[in-house]
Write a protein that binds this ligand. Structure first.
Ligand code: FE
Length: 140
């Protein structure tokens, strides 16, 4: 990474520290996990789109949200297959697949193969803190 690119990343980090609240920063930028049943969206059933809380990219639609019983917002598919990226995660003695915002690289959660069988069979287990919900009728 060049000095210039390093500066850019440092500036971006500074900006995120200012714009995000401490929990959002911890989850998005330090790969934290909110406690189950404490986030603002796990039980939300409104129609709309869930955007990346760090960069605003649309990530998940309420159309694929379902009640997984986990206490985290759960989706069986991303809004667009290119909107989220997947990375191997070997932390905490587990082998998991981390899900990140493809646009800004922020941590969102994990994807597990125990989702609804009549859909994709996938469970995108996402932190509320990583998301910014926009209601359907307020999207213009
Ligand atoms: Fe993002």
């Amino acid at each position: 990474m060049s000095d210039k690119e390093q500066d850019k990343t440092a500036n971006k980090d500074e900006q995120w520290r200012e714009e995000l609240d401490p929990e959002q920063y911890h989850v998005l930028r330090e790969k934290g996990t909110e406690r189950a049943f404490t986030g603002k969206y796990w039980d939300l059933k409104d129609d709309g789109t869930y955007h990346c809380a760090a960069c605003g990219e649309p990530l998940f639609s309420s159309e694929t949200k379902y009640d997984s019983g986990s206490g985290w917002p759960s989706f069986y598919a991303p809004a667009d297959k290119d909107s989220v990226g997947e990375l191997a995660d070997h932390s905490h003695g587990m082998v998991r697949t981390e899900v990140v915002c493809q646009n800004c690289g922020s941590h969102l959660g994990h994807v597990f193969p125990d989702g609804p069988q009549d859909k994709t069979g996938l469970r995108y287990c996402i932190n509320s803190a990583s998301l910014d919900f926009k209601k359907e009728d307020s999207q213009e």
